[in-house]
Design a protein around this ligand. Structure first.
Ligand SMILES: Nc1ncnc2c1ncn2[C@@H]1O[C@H](COP(=O)(O)OP(=O)(O)OP(=O)(O)O)[C@@H](O)[C@H]1O
Length: 586
């Protein structure tokens, strides 16, 4: 609409309006502008330099070949775009050469120009990216008004790029304005830009300047469809695991080495899907031993059982598993201290131990005493590469047990939550106001990740593993799973043996009896080995070698001998016969 002021002269106004329209539609008019310039150029050259036509043809051909081979540098990313530009350059050169030599009105040259403009203009007019770019330019030219309307007066557009999903632009903020101010204006920006709800993202620029921000507007949701899992992204836990792509197709890679992780989100938000992606990757790592707790009777993690060294599905098993994890932690910590090293570097011989706990709240409810072990692991497990990955719907202090587990989680992954306050429960305090809007995630599998390398709220979508993908991943990985290192295994054996020595109630555990018949030979071999033991005892691995017994059998036999007064434990993992003068009381 044009408002005519009584002071305006009509001819000036028409000229201004036409000028504005020509400028506004300059992109659409580009083929016609080119045709007019060719006609004008042809007319002038025919009068002034009619002999230049061979040079003009050569220039057209050179421009065409440059566009084909180096067009990418000037933004012609697709081959089709480069060939189109080359065809236009060649045709324009050929027509201009003819017009220069023969004159514009010669023969059918004018008709050729008109038809050529229409034919070659068509791809230009329908080109999706060009039209998108024009749309964006128009939206951004209105930024001064938009910024005023949303309360970001003084902010300026610095650059803009159109991509397959929409566009993004870099802005400079006015003095005193911050990224938080822009984040708070997202709904107003969506309205002012005329996008659909949820289409605008705001994030810091790559250089992390406090007075800059990047605005991303999505025309199409890149996460609209489920994204199939492409297979494991790592074969070692020392590398970050790809959980799924962010909206700009960059993979959301998260390092889980020496870090505890929390997967939160309401029922059906895709937590188990996220855990599946993690399991698929951990299973492919040759330097990780996986233990898991799934108190929903193994419903979620059972399919991964061949890759899981220990799967606890009852509260008792979970308690025992966590207690053993603490034993591993202790012995590794002792080893690090003894060898003067700070951290445990995982390798296939010395693997990390990752304990995956599905629905942590069930553990806190059904085995509350076990949370002292998880607390220990959460506090002290990082350095020794014994880590926890817990999934839960709402990680309230009650659901996480009363300890420090939640506060020790370094990687927080939030799927959709029901209420705004749940954002802070999963991701931490202050995250909601900093733009971590997990309550607005609108499909299962979409998540926000907060980790040392991810401190900006960016939406990602976890890959989806079908049942077939899980089966294939399990059969691929199960054959090459590593064992716990010798030292940790020994510590566990000793801990188990020591537990058997613990006084137990008569009803809880039957008293061991001395072996009979076939087992006697074993015992005899064992006793002989113990008799030959030095003062400080013989270590368990030697006894295994000498007797040929399996570790559990050996410990059972040792335990029986200790109870019968025929052997003593000198120190951890070392046994011998008792001193002749000592009296057995047990
Ligand atoms: N990454 C994903 N992409 C697409 N769809 C997904 C994705 N993850 C999960 N879904 C869909 O959402 C449904 C629920 O997912 P999932 O079981 O992982 O949720 P959950 O949060 O673990 O729920 P619960 O707490 O009840 O176990 C799945 O059946 C699947 O169809």
């Amino acid at each position: 609409m044009v408002v005519i002021n009584s002071d305006d002269h009509l001819p000036d106004l028409v000229a201004v309006a036409i000028g504005r329209a020509l400028w506004r539609y300059r992109s659409e008019l580009a083929p016609i502008t080119l045709a007019l310039m060719l006609a004008l150029g042809g007319a002038v050259l025919h009068i002034t330099h009619p002999g230049w036509w061979p040079g003009i043809i050569a220039t057209g051909a050179l421009a065409a070949s440059l566009l084909v081979f180096t067009g990418r540098r000037v933004g012609l990313l697709l081959r089709a775009e480069r060939f189109y530009a080359a065809t236009v350059a060649l045709s324009a050169g050929a027509w201009l050469a003819c017009a220069t030599a023969l004159g514009v009105p010669y023969g059918r040259l004018p008709q050729v120009l008109i038809i050529g403009t229409a034919v070659l203009g068509l791809p230009w007019w329908v080109h999706r990216r060009r039209r998108a770019r024009v749309r964006v330019e128009r939206q951004l030219s209105a930024w001064p008004e938009i910024s005023q309307a949303v309360g970001l007066v003084g902010s300026r557009v610095q650059s803009a790029v159109v991509d397959v999903w929409g566009w993004r632009a870099r802005f400079a903020l006015a003095r005193g304005q911050t990224l938080q101010d822009v984040t708070a204006k997202i709904p107003a920006l969506e309205s002012a830009l005329g996008t659909f709800r949820g289409a605008v993202r705001v994030q810091p620029t790559r250089d992390d300047k406090a007075n800059r921000f990047e605005l991303r507007v999505l025309n199409i949701d890149p996460h609209a469809d489920a994204i199939a899992w492409p297979g494991p992204s790592v074969h070692t836990i020392t590398e970050p695991i790809d959980l799924g792509p962010f909206e700009d197709a960059v993979p959301a890679k998260v390092l889980f080495l020496r870090r505890h992780g929390l997967f939160g989100g309401l029922a059906g938000s895709g937590k188990s899907g996220g855990i599946n992606v993690l399991m698929g990757n951990l299973s492919a790592c040759r330097d990780v031993v996986i233990w898991a707790i799934d108190l929903k009777r193994g419903m979620e993690l059972q399919p991964w059982a061949p890759c899981i060294h220990r799967l606890a599905t009852t509260p008792d098993q979970a308690r025992a598993l966590l207690r053993d994890a603490v034993e591993v932690l202790e012995v590794r910590a002792e080893h690090l201290a003894a060898t003067g090293r700070r951290v445990w570097e995982p390798s296939p011989d010395m693997p990390a131990l990752v304990i995956v706990i599905d629905e942590y709240a069930e553990l806190a409810d059904d085995a509350p005493d076990a949370t002292t072990f998880t607390d220990s692991i959460a506090r002290r497990g990082r350095a020794v590469a014994v880590t926890l990955i817990a999934a839960t719907q709402r990680p309230t202090q009650k659901a996480m047990g009363q300890g420090a587990v939640r506060s020790q989680m370094d990687v927080r992954i939030s799927f959709r939550v029901r209420e705004r306050k749940d954002v802070e429960l999963i991701l931490g305090q202050g995250m909601l106001s900093a733009g971590w809007h997990a309550h607005s995630l609108n499909a299962p599998g979409k998540f926000l990740v907060s980790a040392p390398e991810h401190d900006v709220p960016r939406r990602a979508r976890a890959y989806l593993l079908t049942d077939d993908a899980v089966t294939a991943a399990v059969s691929e990985a199960s054959a090459s799973r590593p064992e716990l290192d010798e030292m940790s295994l020994r510590a566990l054996d000793e801990a188990h043996a020591a537990r058997l020595h613990e006084p137990v109630s008569a009803t809880a555990e039957p008293m061991p009896t001395m072996p009979t018949d076939g087992a006697e030979k074993d015992v005899q071999a064992l006793c002989e080995a113990l008799e030959g033991a030095p003062e400080d005892g013989i270590p368990v691995p030697h006894l295994i070698k000498i007797t040929g017994m399996s570790r559990p059998t050996l410990y059972r036999r040792l335990n029986e001998l200790v109870r019968a007064g025929r052997a003593v434990q000198v120190t951890r993992g070392r046994y011998r016969v008792p001193d002749p003068g000592s009296e057995h009381t047990g």
